[in-house]
Design a protein around this ligand. Sequence first.
Ligand SMILES: NC(=O)c1ccc[n+]([C@@H]2O[C@H](COP(=O)([O-])OP(=O)(O)OC[C@H]3O[C@@H](n4cnc5c(N)ncnc54)[C@H](OP(=O)(O)O)[C@@H]3O)[C@@H](O)[C@H]2O)c1
Length: 296
Amino acid sequence: MQAGIPLTAETVVAITGASSGIGAALAEQLGARGVRLALCARRRDRLAEVAAQARQRGAAAVLDMVVDVSVEKEAEQFITQTLAAYDNRLDVLILNAGRGHCASVEDTTTDVLQAMFALNVYQLWYLVRPALPVMKAQRRGHIIAVSSIVGKIAYPYNAAYVAAKHAVVGFIAALRTELVETGVEATVVCPSGVQTEWAQVTDGAPIGDLFAEGIVRSRAIAQQRNIPRAPLQRMMSAAEVAQQIIAAVEAPPGRDVFTHEGSEELVALALRSRRAYEEAMLPLLLGMREAYEARR
Ligand SMILES: NC(=O)c1ccc[n+]([C@@H]2O[C@H](COP(=O)([O-])OP(=O)(O)OC[C@H]3O[C@@H](n4cnc5c(N)ncnc54)[C@H](OP(=O)(O)O)[C@@H]3O)[C@@H](O)[C@H]2O)c1
């Protein structure tokens, strides 16, 4: 079993997308554990607030950098400046920055497609490439990527994001095969709904609103057709998800992490039979279709 990374005043943890949501919760909780942090995001003010909170909670040091991780040079500089600030040491890299969109497959423009992959997928290489030689030389490190339940299954009207999050799962699976017996660990985390800004800042329109309306409509559809409601997981807080990610740092699970109760069973159902998954989800799929068409 791979040893966990002890969280001490020497430990260096880099977190992308730390200005809000899961990334901010990670910064606060890891700050309270007294580690050295490197944080990045695009919104300077929000990031500075999170950095101040982390310092207040007890972080041994905090570096905060304004970075767009979808830009190769900026992403690379985040890693090189973290290494420069912290004696060429990096123990944990949490690839958390991400953004979704809201559009059907036929309404998705090539610009949105490229932006979804640059942000959610290409950044993995930009950030991991400069981090890996250091972690391998240390014979210690953990790369954690925040994918999503939609890295395994799908909901409609954000196929570019869904495909990108599937790529995140594939990236970590492939990376792990290159890391056996190096002392470096890699884990993918697959949350379902988390109460953050994510669902309101999706490109095109807030997908959270489409979900909410789809759920309302799905109840009527289930009743009309006399079929069960679609299975939904309870929304979790960013703090709860951050706790699970930190638990994976301290005790690497060696498996993909499903943060929400019931989501692994849904994934298993879809793997066994896509049709069975669609049947179980039918009221929601139809409810979201109604809601999407009503907005066009
Ligand atoms: N919330 C959910 O229901 C949910 C479910 C499954 C997976 N996830 C995933 O969880 C991760 C964290 O999202 P969240 O829920 O915490 O939402 P959030 O509050 O919107 O956080 C997203 C973070 O990513 C940063 N970010 C976005 N684009 C960036 C860019 N180009 N460069 C650098 N940073 C960027 C944002 O900061 P700036 O805007 O300041 O750059 C923000 O700090 C994402 O990968 C998301 O896809 C979320």
